[in-house]
Write a protein of this length. Structure first.
Length: 190
């Protein structure tokens, strides 16, 4: 099984590159952000609770996203593999993911991190906000909060995979195709 974690701050290009990886490798895309927005649009209790945090640029509780990922893994037992996009965002989520995969006799193949500086992220997210309709893309203060949450809580997740010798970093600035080629070059080694 090919199980990739695509890592990087909000606006790094994880969603765009995930789509290209799905097309190439036939993997299942698991984006906790997309799953949460799905709950919000369905008006579920979980979605309503999550929205309060998401609109402030804060992370939702670990148990919520871990539960959603567990459901999706169970619902896709015959998958060739998964792309985890925007998950894990804390070390506790990374540990839970390892345990979930181990219980299915599987494991993470590797983490690929897209490196983009903060100024470029802010520029990209404000631009995306014009079309995405996402409230958390529209306000520079919320964008900066999301980047701060990433720097405070999510960057340690890279260390978690470095310790397992599963971490590769890639320059996330360049054309979509250039970045995709760099990702594929790493993926082919798994
Ligand atoms: P994203 O679409 O990945 O940028 O996520 C949008 C928002 O959803 C984040 O700012 C968080 O509020 C929430 N979220 C998505 N994934 C996670 C996660 N793995 N852990 C906690 N919160 C998450």
């Amino acid at each position: 099984m090919l199980n990739l974690v695509l890592f990087g701050p909000p606006g790094a290009g994880k969603g765009t590159q995930s789509q290209k990886l799905i097309d190439k490798y036939g993997l299942i895309h698991l984006s906790t952000g997309d799953l949460l927005r799905g709950e919000i649009s369905q008006g579920t209790e979980l979605g309503l609770e999550a929205k309060k945090l998401m609109d402030q640029g804060l992370l939702v509780p670990d148990a919520v996203v871990i539960g959603m990922i567990e459901n999706k893994l169970d619902a896709n037992k015959d998958a060739k593999g998964f792309i985890f996009d925007g998950f894990p965002r804390t070390v506790a989520q990374a540990e839970a993911l390892d345990n979930l995969l181990e219980s299915k006799a599987s494991a993470i193949s590797g983490m690929i991190a897209l490196e983009v500086d903060d100024d470029e992220l802010e520029r990209r997210l404000l631009l995306r906000g014009k079309d995405s309709g996402r409230p958390d893309d529209a306000d520079p203060a919320i964008i900066r909060k999301r980047i701060k949450e990433y720097n405070d809580k999510t960057t340690p997740v890279a260390g978690y995979y470095k310790n397992q010798d599963k971490f590769t970093s890639i320059n996330g600035i360049g054309s979509i195709d250039e970045i995709f080629s760099a990702i594929v070059a790493v993926t082919e080694k798994y």
